[in-house]
Unconditional design. Structure first.
Length: 405
């Protein structure tokens, strides 16, 4: 399996979300059409003639604006509110059935709720206030009625309240999700500080050892000093490159902690379905930079954790780590049948940190259902950083047993 998913090149989660959104919009359009037909029938039955035409056309315009609201929420909402006010005034002075009708009221509710949910505070408040203007206009132009609140005005007010309430709840939930995601990033940055210490200490230790060897060679074998200095240069370049990558992740992304065990140990202590592990060339500890190996470990760890939590019916899990040129690919898949709870709960904040770290390192992360034979798949790709090419000494001090540091 390559870097593209099995759904035509789009991430599985993105494809599923887009399909669900299109289905929801199609369902909303069907509801609008049904309400327009219903209201036209009621008006024709009670008023007779062609009195239904004006309300049907005005309602269809606002419903159409509600269906294309994502292209411009502010202008769609303002245009819908303006049409509603104009329809209200025309119906009153032209002696037509009162507006807005049920379809227009629902469309206005969708426009107001969408604006309250997604727009910045000031535009959202302006759109919500525009809905109050429509209610007030309907109340002022209403014909005398036995009830204190005309039915059309009550319908419009109820739809407005529902739109504002739903939009506000969605806005608060989105803010809560953002806060939780930021909390994940903050904790991962703290973990990176520990990883940065370990990586720098590892490289600096190598530099110190190379320098000690160079001192010995300078006294006993000066002709080999150039190779030892090349080793010091290489170790220093590796240390600088690793430090830059980790500091960049500390500023921008959410990285994981370094692994304290191998992938084989991680798989063996996994309490769940049988896991089949495939490693590149049969190696358990590839000689990759620390930030690469730790990312591979955390992707596998998070994927297995998700399987144990959300796929209790899985019977088998396959973990494949492969290297193709300068790219490392990690795929974790299971054979559990999809359930509604699993579809809603997968892809949480654990994978969010992994996705941002992989993207900061130039990689990708895709998670979603497998079309056949079913189950779930997590696919991560990660490029290996280029290493500088320098001369290595032909032999080292250990070639001579009598010489010790």
């Amino acid at each position: 399996m390559n870097g593209r998913d099995r759904l035509g090149g789009r991430p599985a989660g993105e494809t599923g979300a887009r399909g669900a959104r299109m289905a929801a919009e199609a369902g909303l359009g069907a509801v609008f059409a049904g309400l327009l037909v219903f209201w036209a029938y009621r008006v024709a039955d009670s008023w007779g003639g062609g009195y239904w035409r004006f309300g049907c056309v005005a309602g269809a315009i606002v419903c159409g604006l509600a269906l294309v609201r994502r292209r411009g929420r502010v202008w769609a909402a303002l245009a819908g509110l303006a049409v509603a006010v104009a329809a209200n005034l025309v119906s009153r002075f032209a002696d037509l059935p009162a507006e807005p009708g049920p379809a227009m009221a629902l469309a206005l509710s969708v426009l107001v709720g969408s604006a309250v949910r997604a727009l910045p505070v000031l535009p959202a408040c302006a759109v919500a206030a525009g809905g109050l203007v429509v209610i007030a206009c309907g109340l002022l132009t209403a014909r005398p009625s036995a009830s204190a609140l005309p039915p059309v005005t009550a319908l419009n007010a109820g739809a407005w309240l529902a739109g504002v309430a739903i939009g506000l709840c969605s806005r608060l939930l989105a803010a809560r999700r953002r806060a939780m995601a930021e909390d994940v990033r903050r904790h991962e940055r703290l973990r990176l500080a520990r990883e940065l210490h370990d990586v720098v200490a590892h490289h600096v230790t190598g530099i110190v050892l190379q320098a000690q060897a160079a001192q010995i060679l300078a006294r006993k074998q000066p002709d080999r000093l150039g190779g030892s200095l090349s080793g010091i240069e290489t170790a220093g370049s590796d240390a600088l490159a690793a430090t830059r990558r980790l500091v960049g992740l500390l500023r921008e992304a959410a990285p994981p902690t370094p692994p304290h065990e191998s992938l084989t140990d991680l798989v063996e202590r996994f309490h769940g379905p049988e896991v089949r592990l495939r490693l590149p060339g049969g190696e358990d500890e590839p000689a990759w930079p620390p930030e690469v190996s730790s990312t591979v470990y955390r992707v596998v760890q998070e994927s297995l954790t998700n399987i144990s939590r959300h796929a209790p019916r899985a019977r088998r899990v396959e973990v494949t780590v492969a290297r193709e040129g300068d790219t490392v690919t990690v795929e974790v898949s299971d054979d559990a049948l999809p359930t509604p709870a699993r579809r809603h709960r997968r892809g949480g904040y654990g994978l969010l940190g992994m996705r941002e770290r992989l993207e900061a390192l130039g990689g990708t992360l895709r998670a979603g259902p497998r079309p056949e034979p079913g189950g779930w798949s997590v696919l991560a790709t990660l490029p290996l950083p280029a290493r500088p090419v320098t001369r290595r000494p032909a032999r080292n001090v250990d070639d001579h047993p009598g010489e010790r540091l």
